[in-house]
Design a protein around this ligand. Structure first.
Ligand code: PHE
Length: 348
């Protein structure tokens, strides 16, 4: 019996030694240690032995069993390590290779300015309202006190699509829409930012550009005077172009405001002394503004006896050019990445 056990042990060791894959090792485990394995068979047959022989043989069987288990475990570790080494060898990564460059986009300067304007006015309690770019003659002109044939229509060379539809030439179209929406009996404080279109194309004008429009309507004695307009524009312009910016109101003409003003800002480049940007005048023309014309209030549902207000508008592209020192408006639309990338540095 003892010899048989030694024989089994010898055989097992030899076989374990030869194995070179973990799968084969599992088969050997079953063969020697499993329920029907050779050692188990011997243990089962121990009943036939005399009481003195039984413990002796039992301890030999256990010893052999332990040795086989140990041999298998050692082999298992060895094989696992071998397989890992092989894998590492095959899947070698060259950590010195330069990584693929991930290029990140950045916000367009126009969008930066739009967001800044919206944040400012929202903080002052304004609603941000949008309107259609394909506008009707009615909202773009007629409801703004510009009937058909009115000479002031020539101020804005328009892209007509049909007799009735055109690409809006000004965000002022949204003034009329908002007044009608608000129903003639509620105060309004709104800005609208958006694309506008005119038949122009040179270094300072583009056929498509962006405007911001502001409209404030309330009962006549409630902060809707010219001085409120002035204060509002001061906050706006100083936030955008610097705290030292001064405003100058020049009488002007817009059909939808009376009185109307063109608003100049002190040149932020030379501080008002005169330079090439302000053409030696110290001032730069920036906004249109005025007190809403009674006809516009009436046509859009507000009683001019009871309600009053002010409106203002300006080109966002011009603001962006001033803010970032951009010399040609067309840079804003050609979307050359080399140009756009320069604004990465303003990323918060
Ligand atoms: N809509 C005018 C323009 O495009 C600007 C403006 C807006 C003037 C509001 C007065 C009031 O030139």
């Amino acid at each position: 019996m003892k010899e048989k056990l030694e024989q089994i042990y010898k055989e097992a060791k030899e076989q374990i030694e030869k194995i070179d894959m973990t799968q084969g090792l599992n088969d050997l485990k079953v063969k020697y240690l499993g329920k029907k394995g050779e050692l188990t068979e011997i243990l089962k047959g121990m009943g036939k032995l005399s009481p003195e022989e039984r413990p002796k043989l039992g301890s030999i069987v256990n010893e052999i069993r332990d040795s086989i288990v140990e041999a298998i475990e050692t082999k298992e570790k060895e094989l696992k390590q071998k397989e890992l080494n092989k894998k590492l060898e095959k899947e070698k990564i060259d950590v010195t290779l330069p990584a693929t460059k991930i290029t990140r986009g950045s916000k367009h300067p126009i969008n930066r300015v739009i967001e800044e304007i919206q944040d400012l006015f929202v903080s002052m309690g304004y609603d941000v309202i949008s309107g259609p770019e394909l506008e009707t003659d009615e909202f773009c002109f007629e409801r703004l006190n510009l009937p058909k044939g009115h000479p002031a229509r020539d101020m804005q060379d328009s892209f007509y699509i049909t007799n009735e539809y055109l690409l809006r030439t000004q965000t002022s179209a949204v003034q009329a829409r908002t007044m009608l929406d608000y129903g003639g009996n509620k105060p309004i404080r709104m800005i609208c930012t958006g694309k506008t279109y005119r038949r122009e194309d040179d270094a300072t004008h583009s056929h498509q550009f962006n405007q911001v429009e502001g409209l404030v309507i309330d009962e006549k004695d409630k902060n809707v005077s010219l001085s409120d307009l002035k204060g509002t524009l001061e906050i706006f312009v100083r936030k955008m172009l610097g705290e030292k910016t001064e405003l100058r109101f020049r009488p002007s003409y817009f059909p939808f405001t009376e009185p109307s003003y063109e608003v100049d800002v002190s040149c932020f480049k030379c501080g008002g002394k005169g330079c090439n940007l302000c053409k030696q005048t110290g001032w730069i023309e920036l906004l249109g503004a005025g007190i809403v014309h009674p006809n516009v209030l009436k046509m859009n549902g507000y009683d001019p006896e009871k309600y009053g207000g002010f409106a203002f508008g300006t080109g966002i592209d011009r603001l962006a050019m001033f803010k970032y020192g951009i010399t040609d408006m067309r840079y804003l639309y050609t979307n050359d990445v080399r140009f756009l990338k320069q604004f990465d540095r303003f990323e918060k």
